[in-house]
Design a protein around this ligand. Structure first.
Ligand code: AGP
Length: 370
């Protein structure tokens, strides 16, 4: 087992550090940035289904559902196709309205999640075309779907999903870009810019790993005894807030909630006092000014602010108790970077609390029962 961990203390940490290469493996042969090409066999063969879809319905569970939420933002923004995202466990039992003009995307690392599998079967019965985004080759979900694209992240052993999340987002972003090209919904220059930016994401993830790990460890020592944490983000980084909170609760057993930052004033703000760590994802792009005013609201209630900011940011630095700087990328691709310090923060907190990081209590790597 020590050998399999490749010198890391835990599989989770190894898998966090594998992300630059995992993302490269995901887009290898599919993203040819200099030639302006994005191609995935499973998508090319069925692209008409996507282009004529009334809408895309995404079904998944847990972290994969969070990747689906990122995809909702990216596909709608780039390709202008309506997207809905649903927990597979809800979808399968609520008699959903699905028809043959719908495309269903099922996302699953393991390809064995019982609820996702059942949702796929239901969607197929109703005549939808079902596309899988899976990691495990030959898994039940990859066999049950009509077509799909593998993430090629390599085996993920840690129960807490890390590289599966970022590689799912990579595949889904490539799908969005390919559809945008076919539909002409992105300008040529934007399309080429996103391809170039996606190509350098592995380097930026590597930079984020190198530059944020120590800081995450230092912050972890300060907050390891917290009983609650709030994670806030907006736009593309709202799902990252949910994912950050899930990561913390599953491996450290600290209660955590993710919220869209603006929703805070509709309830969670009542929780904020000097005991409450609030992790705010505040990269310079997107809704930066809005997030800064959310940070001010937390500060005026004495919450402890940990902010994930773009390198060189000065405004948030003046307000937050701790800042974690990450490399800059465009808003739509930022979840691939902002998620890195949140994974590391959860990891270090869990280690400091003496938790079983790779096999947290009550959890299984794939949930094959409902
Ligand atoms: C994430 O850290 C969890 N282990 C869990 O939420 C997981 O993402 C979920 O069970 C879905 O699994 P799947 O991707 O294998 O379908």
């Amino acid at each position: 087992e020590q050998i399999e961990k490749g010198g890391y203390d835990h599989f989770m940490l190894k898998e966090i550090y594998e992300q630059p290469n995992a993302i490269k493996d995901t887009y290898r042969g599919r993203l040819l940035a200099n030639q302006g090409i994005i191609q995935m066999a499973g998508l090319e063969d069925n692209i008409e289904k996507f282009l004529h879809a009334d809408r895309i319905m995404i079904v998944a569970c847990g972290t994969s559902w969070h990747a689906g939420l990122v995809a909702e933002y990216v596909i709608e923004e780039f390709a202008r196709i309506p997207v809905e995202v649903e927990y597979a466990s809800e979808f399968r039992y609520r008699n959903p309205i699905i028809n043959k003009n719908d495309v269903v995307i099922a996302i699953s690392q393991s390809g064995e999640t019982a609820d996702t599998l059942a949702a796929i079967k239901l969607a197929k019965e109703k005549g939808a075309f079902v596309f899988g985004v899976c990691n495990v080759v030959g898994s039940s979900i990859s066999r049950e779907t009509n077509a799909g694209a593998y993430t090629h992240a390599g085996p993920e052993i840690g129960v807490a999903s890390t590289k599966a999340f970022t590689t799912q987002i990579t595949v889904l972003t490539m799908i969005a870009l390919r559809l945008a090209k076919a539909k002409g919904t992105l300008s040529n220059s934007d399309f080429h810019r996103y391809l170039q930016e996606l190509e350098v994401i592995p380097e930026k993830v590597a930079e984020a790993l190198a530059s944020t790990n120590e800081k995450a460890k230092e912050i972890a020592t300060k907050f390891k005894n917290a009983t609650n944490c709030l994670y806030l983000g907006r736009g593309y980084n709202f799902p990252v807030a949910l994912e950050g909170a899930l990561k913390l609760k599953e491996i450290s057993y600290i209660h955590a909630e993710g919220y869209p930052a603006a929703e805070m004033k509709h309830g969670p703000i009542a929780l904020i006092d000097e005991q409450m760590p609030v992790i705010v994802i505040a990269p310079k792009q997107g809704h930066y000014d809005k997030v800064v005013s959310n940070i001010q609201e937390i500060k005026s209630r004495s919450g402890k602010i940990i902010a994930v900011v773009t390198k060189g940011d000065t405004q948030v630095k003046g307000l937050a108790d701790h800042v974690i700087e990450i490399p800059e990328t465009s808003d739509a691709l930022s979840p691939l970077i902002t998620t890195i310090p949140l994974q590391l923060l959860s990891y270090h907190i869990a280690v400091l609390r003496g938790c079983n990081v790779d096999q947290p209590r009550n959890l299984a790597k794939s949930v094959t029962v409902e």
